[in-house]
Design a protein around this ligand. Structure first.
Ligand code: PLP
Ligand code: COI
Length: 354
């Protein structure tokens, strides 16, 4: 990485690292001592800074709050056995961030700002990268519109911020998921493929309804027919049906997950047949009934590989195989973990040592 950018560093004079308990850290609640921040004004990115993590003064009129121009990313940094820190596939998150920016009529971010912002933040907060098994430092770049005026138009000014938060597993048990047939997460011509705030906002009410019914998560279906499986609230979903790994092909309505892409590559290398295609609810339910569906799991940065234990559909509940019998997803998940933790060969150069 060429160090060409001027990043002003203001160190935190009251660091919390020494007093932070790293055991059982809840997801995304404890932030590191610093954050990276940059401003977009007059058509360019400027004021690149590392600041102590904390509040940012802002007008209550900023357009992100009113009209939702806000996008984000999520990736993880891991502690390697030799003490180095590596970020997993940050180049893919960078690409997707700019795809989201483009769709939301926001400026793209230059690669060197995204990457050097990450590297500088991680280096200053290196002591925050956990070394316990299944822990990592979750990195959350976010960009939001900061024009303080109420006309509905793309903002002229933005902030780009990177936050870092040490984290353990997002889910700890196999999930009970509901196949959603009333509400939708995304539709053709919409913004489903962008990692934008509104996609999450619209999912909260249906998610809360499903939680009242005892479910942990939703599986979204297509808006037109509710007959095709799309993805889950914070992860893509995969199935092993008749021995093949199947998952919805990426489309306008599905987030193109980095974990999804990674798992597909690892599965193919293991000689597993992979099908990226339309996945029907009917075939999943039929497979659950006959036993042809041997595995179901959610895949994402926060979620990693999380087993799905039960599927609810139209009032019926289908119990799937015991997670301990799921050899395909567990062997891929193990290899993925080993690569990220630097204990298996990184043959695709996915780890970026910062
Ligand atoms: N789908 C949604 C809606 C998500 O929020 C996420 C999480 O980022 C994913 C899928 C999985 O994507 P990734 O593996 O890149 O984290
Ligand atoms: C991630 O996995 O990085 C996500 O963005 C999921 C998140 C919404 C909790």
């Amino acid at each position: 990485m060429i160090d060409t950018l001027q990043i002003k560093i203001t160190e935190n004079s009251n660091p919390r690292l020494a007093s932070t308990e790293f055991k059982d850290i809840p997801f995304g609640k404890i932030f590191t001592d610093h954050m990276f921040i940059a401003d977009y004004e007059d058509g360019e990115w400027k004021n690149l800074q590392i600041l102590p993590y904390g509040p940012i003064p802002m007008s209550p009129a900023i357009s992100a709050l009113h009209y939702g121009q806000a996008i984000f990313e999520g990736m993880k940094a891991y502690r390697l056995p030799n003490g180095d820190v590596s970020v997993f596939r940050a180049d893919k998150n960078f690409e997707r961030f700019n795809i989201s920016a483009d769709r939301m009529a926001m400026p793209t971010i230059p690669e060197e700002i995204f990457m050097q912002g990450l590297a500088t933040l991680i280096n200053i907060d290196k002591g925050w990268v956990p070394s316990q098994e299944n822990y990592s430092l979750y990195l959350r770049p976010v960009m939001f519109a900061t024009d303080s005026s109420l006309g509905v138009k793309a903002s002229d000014t933005y902030k780009f911020v990177i936050l870092a938060t040490p984290t353990g597993p997002y889910y700890t048990n196999a999930l009970k998921v509901k196949i959603e047939t009333k509400y939708t997460r995304a539709n053709e011509g919409g913004v489903g493929y962008a990692k934008t705030a509104g996609n999450y906002a619209r999912s909260l009410y249906p998610f809360a309804e499903a939680q009242k019914e005892g479910f942990d998560q939703l599986i979204w279906t297509d808006s037109a027919t509710h007959s095709l499986v799309e993805e889950s609230g914070a992860a893509n979903v995969m199935f092993v049906l008749d021995g093949k790994l199947i998952t919805a092909a990426v489309s306008e309505t599905i987030l193109n997950g980095v974990t999804r892409d990674t798992i597909i590559a690892l599965a193919k290398d293991k000689g597993i047949r992979v099908e990226e295609r339309k996945v029907t609810v009917a075939e999943i339910i039929e497979g659950a009934k006959t036993g042809a569906l041997t595995e179901a799991f959610a895949v994402g940065t926060a979620a990693t590989v999380t087993q799905i234990g039960e599927i609810g559909y139209n009032g019926a509940l289908y119990k799937l195989s015991e997670p301990s019998t799921r050899t395909i997803s567990t062997s891929i998940a193990k290899e993925l973990n080993d690569i990220r933790n630097g204990v298996a060969p990184d043959r695709y150069n996915w780890n970026w040592i910062v």
